[in-house]
Design a protein around this ligand. Structure first.
Ligand code: ZN
Length: 645
């Protein structure tokens, strides 16, 4: 066990720490597998600027200007203005833009406008540019949020992201309603996923991300490296999936994307796997537009034995789920789950990265071909190693017994929760006839995450997991329930600024579940708040009753999803998942501040360095990076086409 967390940490600023992840077993891969990882990694790194530009239309210009200022600055580097500007740049890199990667709020600049102006002019910006950037950076009401989920506003007009231009929310909704009504009802494509919707005069049209279209130059590079990867593919299916992806990047045709996703989800044999494309829709309040992301990874064979057991028993879990029988899948298809080691993360997976992934997102593909689900072992291991000895658990855990259980079972409970959430939770259940899947609109992501979490939580309390040999004993349930309820009611508040409400889907999901169970179990004291020395703690008193409550809520949220009951879904989210108790929040932030920890983490990638003999790769070495800024400057210099102001 590694207890020295400084070895994992390469940088720290504001609310963020940057860690290294290790890539165990890389040396044991064959040369062909290493070559595949190298080329797929190159194809991943070339998408970095796409995401930054999707997040906000001036991100790339601002990043380039700040990088230039920091590079050519010859003044006093201890000067507060410079220190703050450099920190701001680190945050911009981390968030792939000027809005916080998690909350979506625009960063507040702590350097002076005067200093910025001087330096920007010295770096070659024109005075018009300087004025424009000054307004963007310093006027707090301007572009204040990247993705506004508040449905009292026009969520499109008031969001700073770059997925739409000149259109209102009503126009967007009408545009895609119309498109969907003309399209295939059984196998609908993911409308709008890979485009920007713009108004040109009175005409509303899509500009597609593809070779020759938006981000054409970056996508050409991605295609170039995907072609290089082709000869190293591990099986026919993988080869065909990469070919389909290339075809899709060239045509921008979403039907081809579905063809690619179908091939990709069927390829379960390849040791090396990857994600590369416009995938998750969290960045668009209406959930149409996919942010660009990539990951290159390979199977952790030992840990995959655990998820194999879960997959093989998928039907049992579905049949015994506490939801209404009519919403159960009579035949669970192709739930493939594996534990992976990531080799490279990019786009919306970098530097902040998920610990589990379940794709594809398309409902009909999931229904007909199943989905691939992964738990990312080397990322959770890095988190765990970095958090040991941080003092966080000690500060917020009420009893010594719970603390001991968390220490012994916490890592496994977390991984198992992710396995169940990703490989069974999201894939479980089915829609009623006539329900398409987008009825829950801006609350869809939160409710979907809650559904997957509840599925996992429900079964973390079932003896079946011990019977199957994936958990040693039912202390796993205690570790999982303590942690989830704590996180939903107290823990995640450490990541929210005073006075704000919850916005991000996973955060809303966690509080929704925990607060709902707290309220429903109040009479029988299932969960209680305790006080000691003026500090608040949350305590689970009755684990089995809590399991029942998880089941009840799962049943209701499944009904909401299956029938597309928007009003009921909205009420759940708004009543339990958004508002924060300000007094508790202030207390938690104070206690947390004393620990001097960073609530958010992200990672630097290792570098893969090939040696060539003519055209052929003869070896690929891995080199770990221990300097965050160096990696960011390196990426801007080597994976950017427009990196100038
Ligand atoms: Zn999820």
């Amino acid at each position: 066990m590694i207890t020295d967390n400084t070895k994992w940490q390469v940088d720290r600023f504001d609310d963020i720490k940057v860690l290294q992840f290790k890539v165990p077993n890389f040396a044991e891969l064959s040369l062909s597998q290493k070559s595949l990882i190298y080329y797929l990694s190159q194809a991943s790194l070339w998408g970095r600027d796409i995401l930054a530009d999707q997040n906000f239309k001036y991100n790339l210009q601002i990043r380039a200007l700040l990088e230039k200022i920091v590079t050519i600055y010859i003044g006093d580097k201890e000067l507060e203005d410079f220190v703050e500007l450099e920190k701001y740049l680190k945050k911009v890199w981390f968030a792939n833009g000027i809005h916080h990667h998690y909350s979506g709020d625009k960063f507040k600049a702590a350097f002076s406008a005067t200093f910025f102006k001087e330096q920007a002019l010295a770096a070659g910006a024109t005075s018009e540019e300087v004025d424009m950037f000054c307004s963007i950076i310093f006027i707090s009401d301007l572009y204040s949020t990247r993705c506004n989920h508040n449905d009292k506003d026009d969520m499109i007009v008031s969001s700073a992201n770059n997925y739409y231009s000149g259109v209102t929310q009503a126009e967007v909704e009408e545009f895609y309603r119309d498109m969907a009504s003309k399209g295939d009802k059984v196998r609908p494509v993911s409308y709008g996923l890979n485009s920007r919707l713009v108004k040109d005069g009175s005409e509303i049209k899509e500009l597609t991300y593809k070779v020759g279209g938006l981000y054409g130059s970056e996508i050409e590079k991605i295609v170039y490296y995907l072609k290089k990867a082709l000869p190293f593919c591990e099986c026919e299916l993988q080869c065909s999936s990469v070919e389909a992806l290339i075809e899709y990047y060239i045509s921008g045709d979403l039907q081809t994307f579905d063809k690619y996703s179908t091939l990709w989800v069927q390829d379960v044999e390849s040791h090396i796997d990857f994600i590369n494309g416009f995938i998750e829709v969290y960045g668009d309040p209406l959930g149409y537009k996919g942010s660009w992301e990539a990951s290159v990874n390979f199977k952790d064979i030992e840990a995959t034995k655990r998820t194999d057991i879960i997959s093989r028993n998928a039907q049992w879990f579905e049949d015994n789920s506490p939801i209404d029988d009519i919403y159960k899948k009579s035949e669970v298809k192709g739930v493939t789950a594996k534990v992976i080691i990531v080799a490279t993360i990019a786009g919306d997976c970098y530097p902040a990265t998920p610990i589990g992934i379940n794709l594809p997102n398309s409902d009909w593909i999931r229904k007909e071909h199943g989905s691939k689900s992964v738990t990312i072992q080397n990322i959770t291991a890095a988190y765990n190693a970095a958090s040991l000895g941080s003092g966080f658990a000690e500060e917020f855990t009420f009893s010594k017994e719970s603390l001991d259980i968390a220490k012994e079972y916490g890592l496994l409970a977390g991984d198992l929760h992710t396995d169940l959430h990703e490989c069974l939770g999201h894939g479980s259940g089915q829609l009623a006839e006539g329900v398409v899947g987008d009825e829950l609109k801006n609350h869809g992501s939160t409710l979907e995450e809650a559904r997957a979490d509840l599925f996992a939580l429900y079964y973390m309390g079932d003896e079946k997991i011990v019977e199957l040999g994936i958990a040693p004993n039912m202390n796993i349930m205690r570790a999982a329930y303590d942690n989830f309820i704590f996180n939903g009611l107290i823990g995640q508040l450490t990541r929210i600024e005073r006075g704000k409400t919850l916005v991000e889907a996973h955060m809303r999901d966690r509080q929704l579940i925990a607060a709902w169970c707290y309220e429903k179990g109040k009479d029988s004291n299932v969960i209680s708040f305790e006080k000691r020395d003026g500090n608040s703690y949350v305590v689970v008193n009755d684990y089995l009753k809590l399991k029942e409550l998880f089941g009840e809520l799962l049943c209701e949220i499944q009904r909401i999803k299956s029938t597309g009951d928007f009003e009921a879904g909205k009420a759940l989210v708004e009543n339990y998942g958004v508002q924060i108790d300000n007094i508790l929040h202030a207390e938690v932030l104070n206690r947390y501040a004393k620990l001097n920890l960073a609530p958010y983490s992200g990672f630097v990638n290792p570098r893969y360095i090939p040696t060539f003999d003519g055209e052929n790769i003869v070896s690929v070495d891995i080199e770990y990076c221990n300097n965050y800024s160096e990696q960011m400057f390196y990426y801007s210099a080597n994976y950017s086409i427009n990196n100038n102001i």
